[in-house]
Design a binder for this molecule. Structure first.
Ligand SMILES: [Fe+2]
Length: 367
């Protein structure tokens, strides 16, 4: 029998914890994985060089929505580096890539073998220490990794408890350099994780309060973090929301909003959190139409009612300068492509059985 609730990663949380990262790193050589933007801005490699116990190898340049090619090249570097552990510092893309790099480097094959070939993941391969510089995906505390797979023309998730990071160091101070547009997009990803995991068929009495708390924190603190990037209260609130939402959705999963977002993101490059949050309101409305129960608590955690949720969420998003339709985001309809995507797993997670007509109605609402 599966456990009711799993939380696989110890967390060090707090403002300024990154400054003492050396207290948490093991002996031995470090393989540092970083991305493009934040790594340069924060001068991460230089800072970490002075803190690791022994040698430091750096794998730079993980792109947003990282591809299997990036993971495979990272795995070759890690294997040749002689490092004992992986330190991933960056956004969700960097953390997701690092988790699979560790597996491929240790257990062989290619990233695609694990993502679409069903190759077994015996363990994490290397200990992975995860330090998020954006609070969106909660990848530092989840057993998921989402990688772009060209063979599938889509993003594919790897989900196994073996890839929980060994330790998450969550320092909200690192997120203060995030520009407003990315603050909005990553915050809306957190909101999507919270809302979808709340109504998920796999939600439990343990996950639902975590999801509601995350929704409340996003409502209260995301606008502040968006307007005033240096606000400690705003950044701490959003980082905490990411932890609560991460604990909830890593157990209860996400639903059709995430499923619909993947082909949109793959085709248009629209940021993940924006693509997911666009369908939250239309999906909520569809659930009400289909007679789903228990959504009052969700609406009231956002200071709204069942009747006002969809409109209220739309104006919340507009205040964050986030698009509420694909047209507003500058893209033309991709209806056929979205409807051609396999959403069975996401549909199975809905609290009422969703049909193709339900998906059609949701997609129509965001064109
Ligand atoms: Fe997400």
């Amino acid at each position: 029998m599966q456990p009711t609730f799993r939380s696989g990663t110890p967390v060090v949380y707090g403002w300024g914890t990154f400054d003492r990262i050396e207290d948490h790193l093991p002996e031995g050589d470090c393989f540092l994985v970083v991305g493009r933007g934040s790594a340069e801005k924060l001068k991460l490699a230089e800072i970490i060089k002075g803190k690791v116990k022994e040698d430091l190898k750096v794998f730079k340049g993980v792109e947003p929505n990282p591809s299997t090619a990036t993971v495979d090249s990272g795995a070759v570097s890690l294997r040749g580096s002689g490092a004992n552990y992986v330190l991933a510092v960056g956004g969700g893309s960097v953390l997701d890539a690092a988790k699979v790099i560790a597996v491929v480097a240790a257990h062989g094959g290619s990233a695609a073998d694990y993502l679409i070939g069903g190759k077994d993941v015996p363990d994490s391969g290397y200990p992975v220490f995860a330090v998020p510089t954006t609070p969106g995906t909660s990848s530092e505390i989840t057993p998921f990794s989402v990688i772009s797979v060209p063979e599938k023309k889509n993003k594919v998730g790897l989900r196994t408890p073996e890839i929980y990071p060994s330790l998450a160091i969550i320092d909200p101070a690192l997120t203060t350099m995030l520009p407003p547009d990315q603050t909005a997009a990553t915050g809306l990803d957190i909101l999507s994780h919270a809302v979808e995991s709340y109504w998920s068929a796999r939600s439990t009495p343990i996950t639902r309060p975590l999801a509601l708390e995350a929704v409340k924190l996003i409502r209260e603190h995301l606008p502040t973090a968006f307007r005033d990037g240096g606000s400690r209260t705003g950044r701490e609130g959003v980082s905490l929301a990411s932890i609560f939402a991460g604990l909830s959705f890593s157990n209860a999963g996400t639903t059709v909003c995430h499923g619909i977002s993947y082909p949109i993101t793959y085709d248009t490059g629209l940021t993940h959190g924006l693509a997911c949050s666009m369908t939250l309101g239309p999906t909520f409305d569809r659930l009400i139409e289909r007679g789903a129960k228990g959504l009052d608590d969700l609406a009231s955690s956002f200071g709204l009612t069942k009747e006002t949720f969809s409109d209220g969420l739309r104006s919340f998003m507009k205040d964050l300068s986030a698009p509420t339709t694909l047209k507003e985001a500058g893209f033309s309809s991709g209806m056929k492509r979205i409807l051609g995507t396999d959403l069975e797993a996401n549909k199975g997670n809905m609290p009422v059985r969703f049909t193709d007509e339900d998906i059609q109605a949701i997609v129509k609402a965001i064109l």
